[in-house]
Design a binder for this molecule. Structure first.
Ligand code: 5RP
Length: 219
């Protein structure tokens, strides 16, 4: 049976509903997260509300009549559900293709469990084929880019894009990320970097992966 990438995304979004507890949950950003929000709408009476990882996600939640709760009021949550651009079997991820990496990392940090929802094209042995997004304070753009070149990357400014936090994104090409935890830590040390798109120090706890044969669960 052939299945499109969108159909696989929809299938994992549906499967993720089983991981939604009562109370408040954290919700990610992107096309897979959007499918999840649409599924969440069917069971919205079961939850108190959701913390959004972007303005776009907040708008979609509200459109479905799901209460959007400020993270500072929510406190610690049981679950955060989000997609990824790449994920390894060790549950390290590259995120930020949609530019929402900073708020995603913050909301994920406040959740006990990160449920990653992806189609099978996102599973990789080594991270880095997908350019690594880095959110940068605008005035530090050139400085940060020079440091990234020293680390062997080829940073490209995401043209015409400003994050929800008013910053820019450098997409770093050409990295072969063999030690994602070490690189995430190293990138965090560069002055002017707000957040890097490596989610390895705190990776996913469960990955629901859509395949043509059905949804696989990786832990
Ligand atoms: C947004 C993200 C997304 O989770 C990532 O880009 C995957 O998106 P999609 O579900 O559309 O493939 O990190 O910042």
């Amino acid at each position: 049976m052939s299945m499109s990438q969108d159909e696989m995304k929809q299938a994992v979004a549906r499967a993720a509903i089983e991981h939604v507890p009562a109370g408040i949950i954290g919700v990610g950003t992107g096309s897979t997260a959007n499918y999840f929000i649409d599924e969440l709408a069917h069971i919205k009476g079961r939850i108190d509300g959701a913390v959004a990882s972007s303005v776009a996600t907040a708008e979609r939640l509200k459109k479905h009549g799901i209460r959007v709760i400020d993270l500072n009021e929510a406190g610690e949550m049981e679950v955060y559900v989000d997609g990824a651009d790449e994920i390894t079997r060790h549950m390290a991820m590259i995120k930020g293709g949609g530019g929402a990496l900073t708020r995603e990392k913050i909301v994920a940090a406040c959740a006990k469990k990160f449920v990653c929802i992806v189609d099978q094209t996102k599973l990789v042995d080594v991270l880095g084929k997908f350019p690594l997004p880095i959110e940068v304070i605008p005035m530090a753009r050139s400085y940060v880019a020079r440091q990234l070149v020293k680390l062997g990357g080829n940073p490209v400014l995401r043209a015409g894009f400003t994050t929800d936090n008013g910053n820019v994104i450098l997409d770093v090409h050409g990295l072969n990320i063999l030690d994602p935890v070490a690189l995430e830590t190293e990138l965090n040390q560069i002055v002017g970097v707000v957040t890097n798109g490596l989610f390895a120090r705190r990776g996913a706890d469960v990955c629901l992966m859509g395949t043509p044969e059905g949804v696989q669960t990786l832990t």
